[in-house]
Design a protein around this ligand. Structure first.
Ligand code: ADP
Length: 211
């Protein structure tokens, strides 16, 4: 089964968690622009510092930087289905993605919109912890553990605080939410209730993909 999907969802909605589960089950390529940018941040120069500052504030990074990272990753993984997690985040990026897909003769099968209310997101943001080794995502309000199942230490992302969240959420409402309309018109948007158990959401997604 080679399918290409986009996760369209607000910050901390669980799209990263679902993307990782899908990647493992179907051997798909998980492309998280947030992860690609966090990697790029580790550059010890002005570019890295600048990027770090923008991401910590919760603003969107320049389209040209994100597009370059995305294209590189897509081109390296042309043989597998891909999950776009965190991209596109505005209409300009969606248009650029359409161009890229045309060039490589691929299409998006589903745009999965994870719908989660703001008060739930706010709570998730402050409780989110990630494994330093495998990247697995936990929430201290639900998961009663201090180490990852792989033995890795857990850490909190520097932009997972309430101030940065407000900004990220505002960016989402202004720039990303219009994509719901954009993909509704393309006819492949599916809305999923994201205020649910991880397993329940995953079951719903797999039954959509198996159709
Ligand atoms: P979340 O969805 O939980 O906010 P991400 O890891 O997807 O987290 O993104 C973290 C940050 O990376 C964003 O707040 C933004 O600064 C930057 N970013 C990620 N993807 C994009 C994108 N497609 N365009 C612009 N900036 C992005």
């Amino acid at each position: 089964m080679i399918k290409n999907i986009i996760f369209l969802a607000p910050p901390a909605s669980g799209k990263g968690t679902q993307a990782k589960l899908l990647k493992d089950k179907y051997n798909m390529c998980h492309i998280s622009t947030g992860d690609l940018l966090r990697e790029a941040c580790s550059r010890d120069d002005e570019f890295g510092e600048n990027l770090k500052r923008i991401m910590q504030s919760g603003n969107l990074v320049d389209d040209s930087i994100v597009l370059e990272l995305l294209k590189k990753k897509v081109m390296e993984n042309l043989d597998s289905g891909f999950i776009l997690d965190g991209f596109p985040r505005n209409v300009n990026q969606a248009l650029a993605l359409d161009e890229l897909l045309k060039e490589i003769n691929k299409k998006i099968d589903y745009v999965l919109y994870l719908n989660v209310p703001k008060n739930v997101l706010q709570k998730r943001i402050t409780g989110r912890r990630l494994c330093k080794i495998c990247g697995k995502i936990y929430n201290i309000y639900q998961d009663n553990i201090s180490l990852c199942t792989c033995g890795g230490e857990l850490y909190q992302r520097s932009d997972d605080n309430l101030e940065s969240f407000e900004n990220r959420y505002q960016e989402y409402i202004e720039k990303t939410q219009p994509l719901i309309d954009y993909y509704n018109k393309n006819g492949n948007l599916i809305s999923i209730d994201g205020d649910n158990e991880v397993e329940q959401i995953f079951d719903q997604i797999t039954s959509i993909l198996n159709n």
